[in-house]
Design a protein around this ligand. Structure first.
Ligand SMILES: O=C(CO)[C@@H](O)[C@H](O)COP(=O)(O)O
Ligand SMILES: [Fe+2]
Length: 226
């Protein structure tokens, strides 16, 4: 069964200790996380620069194969980088509708690279594009903050967009929310129709990331291992 058919809380490495990345990620994996969200920023699509395929490959080597690496590309012209992320060990690759005129082609390209294909929209971008490429979509990412930084508050109007996208795409597509997700906001996102919940600062910024992961997972309706 594809992990896309299940609910997941995906801790985001953006708020982890990047000097001890594998150790930090193992703490949440030991608490039950099976999807890890890997934020890639290029200094162009968004101002910050984070990490790329080399770090993804190192993390891949440090984790069990069963862990799903969910790559969120916040980069211009993502079509130039898909194969590098796929061969570094991505399981799913999500790019932004705002970053290329070629969303249809890039979704194909991701699937041809044997990864699950995701498309993201920023808070100001209308969701109609999801309908145009519905057949090629494994995951629709509705950004609940403006991309680029962790630790922001969820923008309430984006929950309406999640509802719209759920009715547009039907029950089977994974809808991901990313930004400002914690144990208080996760149930609101779930009620709107989200099934994949990214949480960065609420997990890795907490005193006990493992406990925080489990609290958010419970709030989001994810089955948490005892
Ligand atoms: O893609 C992004 C930010 O652009 C995220 O994945 C952040 O890592 C979310 O951080 P929090 O809002 O959960 O702190
Ligand atoms: Fe992200």
């Amino acid at each position: 069964m594809s992990p896309l058919n299940h609910r997941h809380v995906a801790p985001s490495i953006l708020s982890a200790d990047l000097a001890n990345l594998a150790d930090d990620v193992r703490r949440v994996v030991d608490a039950g996380a099976t999807v890890i969200h890997f934020d890639v920023m290029d200094g162009q699509f968004v101002p910050p620069i984070t990490v790329g395929p080399v770090v993804l490959g190192a993390l891949r080597d440090a984790l069990p194969e069963s862990i799903y690496l969910d790559v969120h590309l916040m980069i211009e012209t993502p079509e130039r980088q898909i194969e590098d992320f796929a061969s570094a060990g991505a399981d799913g690759i999500t790019f932004h509708a705002e970053a290329t005129p070629h969303a249809h082609r890039v979704l194909h390209q991701i699937r041809e690279a044997d990864c699950r294909a995701g498309l993201a929209v920023c808070p100001a971008t209308p969701p109609g594009i999801f309908e145009e490429v519905a057949d090629l979509l494994d995951l629709a990412l509705v950004m609940t903050v403006n991309p680029g930084w962790g630790g922001q508050s969820l923008i309430p109007s984006t929950l309406e967009k999640v509802k719209t996208v759920r009715s547009m795409l039907g029950p089977d597509v994974a809808i991901q929310v990313d930004g400002g997700v914690d144990a208080e906001t996760a149930p609101l996102c779930a009620d709107a129709g989200a099934t994949w919940f990214v949480a960065g600062s609420a997990v890795f910024g907490a005193d006990d990331p493992a406990a925080s992961y489990q609290a958010i997972a419970a709030a989001a309706g994810v089955a948490v291992r005892a």
